[in-house]
Design a protein around this ligand. Structure first.
Ligand SMILES: [Fe+2]
Length: 223
């Protein structure tokens, strides 16, 4: 009987090694404490985020199944591959967005990110004006303050939907959702008001941490 137990254990370990890891939705319920965002809006937004996690897992699992069956040339394989970036970026961008909310909206003037912004844009106000204006572009998508690690340059970027416009090698530091679901039920068509409220709730310590981690990594690798 002992050998049967070990065989079972080995099978489980073998399966575990090959099984794909599932992405798990993160808990952002602490954001309900933000006074400027309605509970109902956030609840709906979290539900949408959970859908991206579910669909990213679904696509990765389906692609593995097709590959296991040798069906890489099938129509489904191509269609799922094309869709993967959209769902995955939808998941990851929401995580970055929710993680950079819940703060005071005021960056520490001694922080590295604040000083980098002032140094590169001339003033914090100039950067903020550019970021907010990017958020007013017609259409659905995201605004991302990227750092380009090659030049340590900060760039405010428009992302169409979830997956078009990302800067290669760019590290997202501050992420703002400007899909209509992010504001419409609370702010109506007043996207400018939503952007103002977003700014008032930015968690700048998180943004600074993202900046520090990557600039530190760059200095270690010498790149
Ligand atoms: Fe969203």
């Amino acid at each position: 009987m002992k050998w049967l137990f070990f065989l079972l254990l080995a099978s489980i370990q073998l399966y575990g090694f090959h099984a794909q890891k599932e992405y798990k939705a993160k808990d952002f319920s602490h954001l309900f404490e933000m006074k400027d965002f309605e509970h109902q809006l956030l609840e709906m937004h979290f539900t949408l985020y959970h859908g991206y996690v579910k669909n990213a897992n679904f696509l990765l699992n389906e692609l593995k199944k097709l590959a296991d069956q040798g069906l890489e040339r099938s129509y489904e394989f191509g269609a799922f591959k094309r869709r993967l970036g959209w769902e995955f970026d939808g998941m990851r961008l929401h995580e970055l967005y929710f993680s950079n909310l819940g703060g005071t909206g005021r960056p520490k003037k001694t922080s590295s990110i604040y000083n980098a912004i002032v140094s590169q844009f001339g003033s914090f106000h100039a950067w903020k004006t550019d970021f907010a204006a990017t958020g007013m572009i017609r259409g659905i998508g995201w605004v991302i303050l990227y750092v380009d690690p090659e030049e340590k340059r900060l760039i405010n970027t428009w992302i169409n939907e979830h997956d078009t416009g990302h800067l290669s090698k760019g590290i997202p530091l501050l992420v703002m959702d400007v899909w209509e679901h992010a504001y419409l039920t609370q702010f109506g068509l007043d996207r400018a008001k939503y952007i103002q409220v977003f700014f008032e709730n930015i968690e700048w310590d998180e943004v600074n941490e993202r900046f520090m981690v990557h600039t530190h990594r760059d200095s270690r690798t010498g790149s």
